[in-house]
Write a protein that binds this ligand. Sequence first.
Ligand code: BES
Ligand code: MN
Ligand code: ZN
Length: 499
Amino acid sequence: MPQTLTIKTAPLPPASTGTLVIYVGEGQAPAGGAEAIWNGTGLDWARHMAATGFSGKQGQALDIVAPEGIEADRLLILGAGKLPADGGLATAWADRGGSLANKLAGIKAENAAVLLDGDTATPERIAELAAGLKLRHYRFDRYKTPKKDEADKPDSLTVTLHVAEPAATDEAIADRMAVADGTILARELVHEPPNVLGTLEFADRAAALSELGVEIEQLDEPAMRALGMGSLLAVAQGSARPPRLVVMRWNGGKADAAPIAFVGKGVVFDSGGISLKPGAGMEDMKGDMGGAAAVTGLMHALAARKAPVNAVGIIGLVENMPSSTAMRPGDILTAMNGTTIEVVNTDAEGRLVLADALWFAQERFKPSALINLATLTGAIIVALGNDHAGLYSNNDGLAANLTAAGLATGEKLWRMPMGPAYAKLIESRFADIKNSGGRQAGSITAAQFLARFVGDVPWAHLDIAGVGLNSPHSETSGSWASGFGVALLDRLVRDHYEA
Ligand code: BES
Ligand code: MN
Ligand code: ZN
């Protein structure tokens, strides 16, 4: 069972508790309220630093029995890293919350009081810390039977943040938690095993956003057939599970304002189809709906914080399976926009799904901008590893805004090139284009393929294959799925698309 986490605020100074937490900057001594607490211990700071090697670096911790005079069982001193006078980056505050969650889990704390005083500890930054705490606390263990000694223990953690302005901080935390919850929803969807989360189950999870005021529309196979979505439907035809296109609309902006549109690849399992993948690691392909998960998490975030924006999220849900009804290499498909596609590799299925979803998004909603996310290629992992997602765009302004949002949230992007020389690689002998350009520039040719289904609208494609799943742990994520994209796109919307 996941441990339940309660985060609340209270005024300064911190009151009696199980664990009292103070932060100390790198190379510094405890300051402000922390100095008073430390002085109360009667211990020598320099001697403690020398004996333990604690230097205040981000991620470091010093855990001591609370000395006489402190109303707590233990005193946990956390490294806050660099503490610039201007407050520093939002991500640094999230990291502080993340390491807090990690240390509290390590000592199995049930109650903690955290001292957050000082000029730089604004409500917004404390909200970042709270979000980092929540994100790092998250784990996916629904399918693990609790060990005997865990089963009957109370499993809850309450963290009280002692701050100068509790009311304003509560408000900032509520706003930021809407986004953290969206990230966690995305992680949850990516983690769920493919036997549990099929196309219809995913569609149901997305439809549940109607509770937050999101308008839901679902297109089934006949509806997509009527629209001519021969590309998306070809991927779905090999699976016993029917496809769905789910449209999520959040209308928080002016009635006549064009929406921003987000499109996600939702391949609930990618076996490769007839061009079957090798067995090793194939289980990871339960996460091939990471783009759709991010779009769903983003719609949750926007609705939960009542963002003043019109946004539409569109996810193409299919399963890519080998069977007697599956598409074959050599098949020629006709997409909704009339483009004919020669299938040369059934494992290049994500672009087939996005082709129709992207065209549909533009035709139907005339968006002001169009952004898609997809675990699209192994090639982007070769190029950028796990630290940056690949960014492709037909618009320098949008690309710059996305890059900046990536730096602000820690969900980093790196822009990749496009151009006619790459477009040439997907020319087909028998159809307008083919669905794979072969080994060279594999992530770029996938982007060139998508560009065939995008008109004049400012568009960006994020290839998140390297960052959405199998993520290395960070201060704010201890889980296999990162939920990449939710915080990033929420930031983009806040900074550039809100009324
Ligand atoms: N879903 C995969 C890409 C992927 C790989 C995502 C690893 C996450 C982790 C995609 O559908 C795929 O199979 N791409 C092929 C394309 C190739 C056949 C042109 C690839 O990248 O190998
Ligand atoms: Mn594939
Ligand atoms: Zn795939």
